[in-house]
Design a protein around this ligand. Structure first.
Ligand code: GRF
Length: 231
């Protein structure tokens, strides 16, 4: 079972698997930052439960091996996850990045990759878990909305938070305009979290997150200094 301690070492890039179900713009931002040398990683494979996911094309364009594993061919969540595990076993994966992956993982998979799974969610968690987050923020007349990166753990619905970015909600916002502004922030905070994990600056032990060896009591809030780390 991989863990952060066994992670990339000083020279070896961190081996990553990215799971996608749709457009894959978050995958793209991670590919771009790996290619630009901002993230010390190798995207070993991209896995999708949806054969039509555009994320698969993005991966192929970047010469990343892809695998399609359709959940509808498996009777249970566990059987689907066992198939994912078989595919992952081919690689030496140290980090799983869920990037718009529209399936809930079972403990079968999460327990094998404990402390090594990140997810991005389009809300300022703990607000608005689940779907339709932008519509719900508008409905509630929120003045702030945003996105969060968190670790995925078997014990919690939403695992411990790593980093969040907020956007102001405008009176003229529609679901689409708000979603577009949040997505832009996603494309910054996700590569950052992946970068920090690969550099071993970010670790989770149990339900506690450590950043630069200090325990984190609340999510990091995106700042211009953080953004500069991607330039
Ligand atoms: C993002 O908004 C992400 O937060 C959510 O699904 C969307 C995926 O977008 N989980 P993309 O496929 O990365 O473009």
């Amino acid at each position: 079972m991989p863990n952060a301690e066994q992670n990339s070492g000083t020279d070896q890039p961190c081996e990553i698997a990215v799971f996608v179900s749709g457009g894959g713009s978050n995958l793209q931002s991670i590919i771009d930052h790996v290619q630009q040398g901002h993230i010390h990683a190798n995207i070993a494979c991209v896995i999708s439960n949806n054969p039509d996911a555009y994320g698969l094309i993005r991966a192929q364009q970047a010469s990343i091996p892809t695998h399609i594993i359709e959940h509808k061919h498996y009777e249970t969540r566990e059987a689907f996850d066992r198939e994912l595990l078989k595919t992952l076993a081919v690689y030496n994966i140290k980090l799983i990045v869920l990037a718009g992956f529209m399936r809930v993982l079972s403990p079968t998979l999460i327990n094998e990759y404990q402390e090594c799974i990140l997810n991005i969610h389009p809300s300022l968690l703990p607000k608005y878990t689940g779907l339709h987050t932008h519509a719900r923020a508008l409905e509630a007349n929120d003045t702030q909305h945003g996105c969060s990166v968190h670790f995925v753990t078997a014990e919690l619905d939403e695992g411990p938070l790593v980093i969040q970015a907020a956007v102001g909600v405008k009176e003229t916002d529609t679901v689409d305009t708000l979603a577009a502004r949040v997505l832009k922030k996603e494309h910054i905070i996700y590569p950052l979290a992946v970068k920090w994990f690969c550099e071993k600056r970010l670790q989770i032990k149990g339900n506690k997150i450590y950043f630069d060896n200090s325990s984190l009591n609340q999510a990091i809030q995106l700042s211009p200094e953080h953004e500069a780390q991607l330039k």
